[in-house]
Design a protein around this ligand. Structure first.
Ligand SMILES: O=P(O)(O)OC[C@H]1O[C@H](O[C@H]2O[C@H](CO)[C@@H](O)[C@H](O)[C@H]2O)[C@H](O)[C@@H](O)[C@@H]1O
Length: 359
């Protein structure tokens, strides 16, 4: 790796400093922080329309942004050059990456076409889904048994049995029988928080009942308080109710997602740690021979982008139709571009394999 980090044009030598200035997307909000509302607005920008077929019609601000975060499709040859002779490990966020953002979380279905593309990718490259949703929920959407899954922002990890290195080599690991219909190895570093999370979920449901459009989702080791369908004038009510409930729970913190407040245990664990854990557990921790690529759209994905970037072992691709600061190196506009990128990756992998056979 190494050389690609130089292709970014940061105003600061240290991108971390730049992010701090912009309002780091990685920081968990302290419970009594002022500015929750501001953060709710910042994390919910209005999408601009991007005309891919006609670069001249690009919004100039977006165009400038892609100079800093080049399109992973346009920079495809550069990306595969980094992967030449290496094993690529794929990490995919779910909402906003594999499925488009929709008003109702339960309706965030993945298309059959996307499922086939992910299945195909997983047959060539070790592939994991890393989501804020609970493992069960995200598996219900993805329905592919051959993948690794890390739900609850990486706090609920499970993977297929029988691959080299098992995900339960660590504490808190155990065997579990899951609806995938076979034994799975699981790792749940926040298992002791389960009763608190359930309690807080019930309280948040109770407290937000009167707020039109508010929705509280139980994601096993986290709770999501959605305000996408809440009138903006009532957003302060959502922030207030959440704050009131969390006051009594100093071991829970809050982070921001796309029109959602994410309530999480304060443990030092996130999507970045989950990526490191999975790489380690499945025998892919060697930076020289493995290139991890993480594709995601959310603030919580930044933890994973950051880990890959700082370790110089791989990189992130941020999915966004609006300019935003990120630890990712490349960008894609939306899930349909993610699908195109995965297809190209598979094609490249197949060609690489056939070239190796001919030699
Ligand atoms: O890590 P992810 O897989 O991206 O999950 C993050 C949250 O995604 C879901 O919420 C988001 O998508 C919904 C469906 O498109 C949308 O309605 C909502 O406004 C978004 O925030 C999911 O419902 C949450 O539980 C996840 O934490």
């Amino acid at each position: 790796m190494g050389s690609y980090t130089n292709c970014r044009n940061y105003a600061h030598d240290d991108p971390v400093e730049e992010l701090k200035e912009m309002g780091s997307p990685l920081k968990l909000m302290p419970l009594h922080a002022t500015g929750w509302l501001n953060d709710m607005k910042v994390s919910s920008p209005t999408a601009i329309s991007v005309n891919i077929g006609n670069p001249g019609a690009f919004d100039p601000i977006y165009r400038a942004w892609t100079k800093k975060y080049p399109s992973a499709l346009l920079a495809f040859n550069q990306i595969v050059a980094y992967g030449k002779g290496k094993k690529i490990a794929l990490f995919l966020d779910y909402d906003g990456t594999l499925s488009p953002i929709v008003d109702e979380p339960d309706n965030a279905l993945m298309s059959d076409q996307m499922r086939e593309v992910v299945r195909n990718a997983a047959s060539h490259l070790p592939t994991a889904i890393i989501s804020g949703r609970s493992c069960d929920k995200v598996f219900d959407f993805v329905k592919l048994t051959e993948l690794y899954y890390a739900g609850s922002h990486g706090m609920d990890i499970m993977g297929p049995v029988g691959k080299s290195g098992c995900v339960n080599n660590h504490s808190n690991g155990s065997n579990s029988s899951h609806k995938q219909g076979k034994d799975l190895k699981i790792f749940q570093p926040a298992s002791e928080f389960l009763p608190i999370i359930n309690e807080v979920f019930r309280l948040l449901v109770e407290r937000t009942t009167g707020i039109n459009g508010a929705l509280v989702e139980n994601n096993k080791f986290c709770v999501s308080v959605h305000y996408r369908n809440v009138d903006e004038k009532d957003w302060p009510l959502v922030a207030q109710c959440t704050n009131d409930v969390l006051k009594a729970y100093p071991h829970l913190h809050l982070s921001h997602g796309r029109k959602v407040l994410e309530v999480r245990p304060v443990i030092d664990w996130n999507k970045g740690k989950a990526v490191e854990f999975l790489l380690d557990s499945i025998g892919l921790a060697d930076c020289e021979s493995v290139l991890p690529i993480y594709i995601g759209d959310d603030r919580t994905d930044e933890d994973a982008f950051k880990v890959l970037r700082e370790d110089k072992r791989g990189f992130g691709i941020v999915v966004s139709s609006v300019p935003k600061e990120s630890y990712a190196l490349y960008s894609l506009v939306d899930p349909s571009e993610v699908m195109d990128f995965l297809k190209r990756l598979v094609k490249w992998k197949e060609e690489e394999a056939s070239r190796a056979t001919i030699k």
